[in-house]
Design a protein around this ligand. Structure first.
Ligand SMILES: *Cc1c(COP(=O)(O)O)cnc(C)c1O
Length: 341
């Protein structure tokens, strides 16, 4: 079934064969890739198979390494998935606003039609709205859980029902799953070959600077994504930083700190008179509704606190999105908010 969804040119093409791919056996002297012979730790091309990081992630998640691919951020994964499945000017994707902006941007760059099936006002999926938008040429439904900018988890049963009923790819973006009160959908991979789960090193793993995204999917999907990925998309510095990060003993403690702070922040912010609503969050940020988002945004900026004004997004009138910071940063935010007139 997956093969039928893939673009014909992607099926027909031959993948780039890098120098290091071209031989089996053990090399002593590498005169095959026109690299510099002078060692400085980075003079060799990185491993196109991403072996070390994949090995670690496989051990950590229990997912076979042939079911994992790494990208230069989730953004590259999103682009790879679009280019594997969507024929420009013919196929379409479905997104559920308000949500992460890159699905649309990446589709637009690739000249792929975007169909919108907005979330309901409670920020849950509108399964009927999605069904109405699906056509013969719908290839991917992008879902973000916990959702950005609303912060909530989407109902797992709704996602499962899409996985069963939709004949295309269901892409679930789990950038914030580590902060959530629910586990990843990774356990559904066994049952659904049309599921792609993306995660990232940019949030809970505290490594936005290294640009590393991870996708989990059926072996068939991963094989196609690997076929079209830039051969050296994960550089040696990133791979090394990723391994170090996966060894970081503070990972879970830091997540717990953020979650504790999120709960504290929500409680304190709810006492502020101009705050109308705080949306329930399973992420490392809070979406709050205020009396006048543009004004409050500017007032915070004058105090050198930068938050995200999301008022123009669907169902987000007068909403600000605030990332949970350190205890000290949060106290400064609260003090500032409380002093605003
Ligand atoms: C931050 C974020 C990402 C991360 O993207 P990277 O390219 O991996 O940094 C992915 N998805 C969502 C919904 C996000 O908010």
């Amino acid at each position: 079934m997956i093969d039928q969804l893939v673009r014909d040119n992607i099926k027909a093409m031959e993948a780039y064969a890098s120098a290091r791919h071209d031989f089996t056996g053990k090399g002593q002297v590498f005169l095959d890739a026109n690299e510099s012979p002078f060692p400085n730790g980075l003079n060799r091309y990185p491993d196109p198979l991403q072996t070390k990081v994949l090995h670690r992630l496989a051990a950590l998640t229990g997912i076979d390494k042939d079911q994992i691919i790494l990208g230069n951020g989730s953004d590259e994964i999103i682009d790879l998935v679009l280019r594997t499945f969507c024929e420009p000017k013919q196929d379409n994707i479905i997104v559920c606003p308000p949500t992460y902006g890159m699905y649309k941007v990446s589709a637009a760059i690739n000249n792929i039609e975007i169909r919108q099936a907005p979330l309901q006002e409670n920020f849950q999926l509108d399964l009927e709205g999605i069904a109405e938008n699906i056509s013969q040429r719908s290839k991917i439904i992008f879902i973000c859980s916990p959702n950005n900018p609303s912060g909530n988890l989407l109902n797992r049963m709704d996602i499962e029902s899409l996985l069963k009923s939709f004949n295309g790819i269901v892409f679930v973006d789990e950038a914030y799953i580590d902060f959530a009160n629910q586990v990843s959908l990774i356990d559904l991979l066994d049952r659904h070959t049309n599921l792609i789960i993306s995660q990232t090193f940019s949030k809970a793993r505290a490594s936005a600077g290294i640009r590393l995204g991870v996708a989990f999917a059926s072996k068939t999907i991963i094989t196609y994504l690997r076929k079209i990925k830039p051969p050296y998309n994960i550089n040696d510095l990133t791979a090394k930083a990723a391994i170090d990060q996966l060894d970081d003993s503070k990972f879970q403690t830091n997540i717990n700190k953020i979650v504790t702070q999120r709960i504290y922040l929500a409680e304190e912010i709810s006492k502020i008179s101009f705050v109308k609503k705080i949306f329930k969050s399973d992420a490392n940020f809070l979406l709050i509704k205020v009396d006048n988002a543009n004004m409050r945004y500017q007032q915070l900026l004058e105090k050198e606190i930068v938050v995200r004004n999301r008022s123009k997004e669907l169902h987000c009138n007068d909403c600000l999105r605030i990332t949970v910071g350190t205890n000290q940063e949060n106290l400064f935010l609260l003090k500032t908010l409380k002093a605003l007139q």
